[in-house]
Design a binder for this molecule. Sequence first.
Ligand SMILES: Nc1ncnc2c1ncn2[C@@H]1O[C@H](COP(=O)(O)OP(=O)(O)OP(=O)(O)O)[C@@H](O)[C@H]1O
Ligand SMILES: C=C(C)CCOP(=O)(O)O
Length: 269
Amino acid sequence: MYTFIKFGGSVITDKTGREAADLVVIERLAHAVAEARAADPNLALVLGHGSGSFGHHYAARYGVHRGIPLSADHTGFALTAAAALRLNRIVVDTLLAAQVPAVSFQPSASLQSTNGQIITWETAPIAEALQRRLVPVIHGDVAFDTAQGTAIISTEALLSFLALRSPLQPRRIILVGEAAVYTADPHRDPTAQPIPLINQENIAQVLVMTGGSRAADVTGGMRSKIELMWHLIERLPELEVTLIGPDPALLTAALLGQSLAMGTVIKRW
Ligand SMILES: Nc1ncnc2c1ncn2[C@@H]1O[C@H](COP(=O)(O)OP(=O)(O)OP(=O)(O)O)[C@@H](O)[C@H]1O
Ligand SMILES: C=C(C)CCOP(=O)(O)O
């Protein structure tokens, strides 16, 4: 069984800036992953990261997520892809420096979508990497789209595709970003309270309480994250999704399957 992680673009970058990577946070998270792998040599991880203030800005500016027609200028597509890769290089190099054998797999090189949904993605090299105890790293990316021309595929959509359409069944997905899902966007409403557990009892209510990102974001913020994760849990009832803040001790504990006093767990029951 595999563990999937996403380093959210909202914590590894400053989303209100431009290409503002938070190197301290990335380093801390990389060391947390190294520590968990040292403590549990059987830990098999697929690591994804978002685009934060790198890809989202270009995608929004050039409308890559809405679709660029075949005959139109595709410079915006290229700029978005390049920005996503610049952040990817930083993340992978930081993981390597922390002794995590990270290998990058650029999704757009082998993926196609239709109306923003992944239709094909060559994931066999990711499975090969896992067999060699490497840590495959993927990232939210651009895509060529058979219906709208181009699209943006979020990290969560990639992890969902891996979970449902590849042999890599995750038991846990850990999303590092906001410290929890709250009763309202905590950056807009100081009275927002954390929601420790989301399950079939309260999912409908939680969806009403969650919204978009406070910065440039073409993949929908917290609401679409929860929708996608719930969709996945409906198909994989044993799956547990944990949302935590960028605290390295919490990440190591979550990777080792320890129960946490903070964060939000999403599970069927
Ligand atoms: N109820 C809520 N609880 C927590 N966050 C919320 C809520 N509603 C909206 N948000 C917003 O959602 C944001 C997280 O979504 P976002 O897509 O920006 O995160 P991310 O996945 O880390 O980023 P990226 O897409 O760049 O990887 C938070 O920063 C917050 O502003
Ligand atoms: C904007 C781009 C290139 C990817 C978005 O992926 P996400 O940050 O995981 O939502």
